[in-house]
Write a protein that binds this ligand. Sequence first.
Ligand code: BGC
Length: 494
Amino acid sequence: MGSVYVYVCGGLSAIGNVFWGLLFGYDIGVISGILTMPYFRKEFPSGPAKEGSIVASLLAGCFFGALAAGYLSDRIGRKYSVLVGSVVFVVGGILQASSTTFAQMYTGRVIAGLAVGELSMIVPLYQSEISPKEIRGRLVSLQQWSITIGIAISFWIDYATLQIDSPQQWRIPLWIQIVPAIILVIGTFFLPFSPRWLVDHDRDEEAITVLANLRSKGDRNATVVQEEFREIKETVIFEREIAAKSYWELLKVGPENIRRRVLLGVFIQAFQQLTGINAIMYYAPQIFSNAGLADNSSRLLATGVNGLVNMLATIPAIIWIDRLGRKPTLISGGLLMGSSMIIIGSILATHGTKYFDESLGKHFVYLDNKGSSYAVIVFIYVFVASFAYSWGPTGWIYPAEIFPLRIRGKAMSVTTACNWLFNFVIGLVVPILLDSIIWGTYLIFGIFCVLMAAAIYIFYPETKGKSLEEMDNLFGNVQKSKNLEKNEGELEAA
Ligand code: BGC
C-alpha cells in the first residue's frame, strides 16, 4: 500500500508539500529574531504593540487566505490552488525583503499571509485525499515536520545573519524565504490531481490513472485501485443526491451531524493556538530573556536550539500517530504542556524581579538565580517538545479527516481560518501580555492546555484507521449507509 510514490507525492521529498511546509514554517519563525535585530529596530522602531502588529499582519492575511481557499480548491482544484498560493507568496516575500516603510512591510506581510493561509488549507486537504487511510496521519505529520524544519532553519539563519553589521542583517533572512516558494511554483507542475476532486468533476478516467500510479505502479486493474475508485465514486454519487454545496450546510444538524463535526474541527484548531505555542515561536528571544539570558546572541542561540527541539520531537508523531491514535496523543500532550507552562509561570512569579529594558522599550523579568533560570529554559523545551509530538500534527490531521467530501473544502477552509484567527490574536496580544502581566501569560496558557486535554477526553471521537468514507458512520450517520447500499445496487445493475 504505502508505496514510495505516495510518500513522494504526499509527504517527504514531495515536490510541493515539503517546500510548502518549509515556507510556512520559515515565515513563522523568521520574524522572531528579526524583531530583536539592531538594524531592524533602527529602521522600524517599535514597542510591544507595533511588534505585535508586524507579526499579526501576516496572520490576518492567513485568515483571509484560508477562507478563500475553500472556494478556490473546489473551483480550480487542489493542484492549481497550490500554484496560485506560491506565486502570490513570492510577491509578498519580495515586498517584505525590500521594504523601507511600515506601510510596505505590512502590505508584504498581508500578501504573503494570504498565500500561507491558502496553502495551509489546501495542502492537508490534498494530502488526505491522495493517501491511503493507514498512513494518512503519518503524511500530515510529515507536513508538520517540514513546518518545524522551516522554523528551525529560520531561527538559525537569524542567528547567523545577526553577525552581519549592516541592514542585510534582517533583509537576507527575508529574501531567503522566497526560495522555497519558487521551488514550489516549479514543483506543482509535477503533482498529480487529487483523485477525489477529479471524480467530483466527472473526470473518472484520470482519477483511475492517478490512483493506479499512487497505489499499484500504474496497474489500472489492480484490486486496490478498483476498490478505492468505487468507494470514492459511490460517495460522490451519494453526496450529489443530497448535496447543496453551500456554506449554510456547515450549520446543519441532520443525520450526518455536520454541525458537530464543524464545531469539533473549529475548536481543535483554536485550541491548537491557545496552547501558547506561538507565544514561544514568535517571541522566543524575548522569552529567553525572561529566562535570564542576557545578550541577544545567546538568546538567538537558545531560540535555535528551540527550533531543533520542535523539529526532533515531531518525529515520534510521524512514526506512531496512526498506531497510538489521536485522542491519547492530544490528551497527554495537553497535560504535559499545561504542567510546563504552570511551572514556568510559577518560577518567574516566585524568583523573578521585574525591570524595564530601555533599549527594547518594555518590561522583563530578571532571574538572578542560575538554577531557576535553567529550569525555565528546560521547561520551555519540554513544552515545545510536548506540542511537537501531539497538538502540532494532530491539530491539522483531525479536521482533515472528519468531513464528507461534499463539504470538505468549505469546512476545512473554515476550520483552518479559525486556526489563523486565534494565531492572529496570540501574535497581537502576547507582546502586550509579556510586557504587562509577564509570568501571568504562562499561567493563562497552562490553564488552557489542561482544559483542552479535558475537552478532548469528553467530546472528541477517535478517528485513527477510519477511511474518509467511514467517518460518516463514526459520527452516527445511519441514513448514509442505507443510501450507499442502494447506490451500490444501482451501480451493479448499470
Ligand atoms: C501550528 C503553528 C505553529 C507550528 C509550530 C503548527 O502546527 O499551526 O501555528 O507555529 O505548528 O511548530
